[in-house]
Design a protein around this ligand. Sequence first.
Ligand SMILES: Cc1ncc(COP(=O)(O)O)c(C=O)c1O
Length: 391
Amino acid sequence: MDKLEFLRRELDSLHKESLFNEIRTIEGPQGAWIVVNGKRVLNLCSNNYLGFADHAELKEASKRAVDEYGVGPGAVRTIAGTQTIHLELERKLAEFKHAEACIALQGGFVANLAVIPAITGEGDIIFSDELNHASIIDGCRLSRAKVVRYAHNDTADLKKKIIEHKDSARRMLVVTDGVFSMDGDIAPLPHIVDVADEYGVIVMVDDAHGEGVLGDSGRGIVNHFGLEGRVEIEVGTLSKAFGVMGGFITGPEVLIDYLKQKGRPFLFSTGLTPADTAAAIAAVDVLTKGDELVRKLWDNASYFQEKLTDAGFDIGSTETPITPVMLGDEKIASTFSRKLYNEGVFAQSISYPTVARGKARIRCMLSAAHQEEDLDHALNAFVSVARELGI
Ligand SMILES: Cc1ncc(COP(=O)(O)O)c(C=O)c1O
């Protein structure tokens, strides 16, 4: 008897519904141009916003850290796995984010799993934007708190739901993505904070796509809106604009002290490697020295988005370098993506269940690593594929 037969059936049905994820292989480092399945293509898919994934200073820092600290921390952070380099990263990130303190974790996903269940539980209510990232959803589930979803970026709905539920809650938390990764729109954080303050609700923002992108030198959404000191919990990732691997949480010292005692992935899973930690420190150092890469990213985004719009494409409601090209139909989006690849442009289609049915799109991720001629190449490919498909 094949006890895993049900998995084969599940996989077959994913294939039948065109929902099977073909995992492409990148040969060599991330960059503006990459080799995918043997073909050199322009990369419009990665979260390498600032080009840090293959940055000379980050790579050098990693190599030095391996010589100095070895390749692995050898134990969980609370037993014998906290090296001086971890504390240096946490201190630098807290300084960079203008926060009191920081805790580094193994990923942004893990950071959400660490913080949400640590600070909420049965009897509490979490207000969660309906389009929040999967890791927030999973963190909420693990917490056993009651989850109340509010309409996307709708603070009137948030307020209504807080009023409806506040009398039955022990504690309340509102949690939102900072930048929504499928549409590139930004959470209305000042309004969320105002509503939350009115009812004593703790505010948490997951700034995975805002770090290195929004705010002064990429300090993120809280800095962008001048809300430092008014948002209790900021979650970040080191895996996107920072170009490396890992996650972190910044906030008041009391929160971070508590998470170092109660955050389960901190207590029960080994921390970042020395190489990752050192590269992340180098990323913070580069950003602290100047904002050239952040400005280049935004210049590239404006150029590309303006030209796409001029050519008649619908780029939705983006306010950031995340650039969705809305196509609607799932099959058209996947054909469009395949044809772009044939033209030398790697830009993936995103469709149901990641976004709603009928809202399929090609999602283009801009980077400071792109040059204007790269973007022109992409624009020409978009226009020629659209013409070929009669769009
Ligand atoms: C909003 C958000 N949070 C968390 C994550 C996960 O971050 P990481 O890749 O560092 O685990 C992502 C990545 O897709 C994200 O978009």
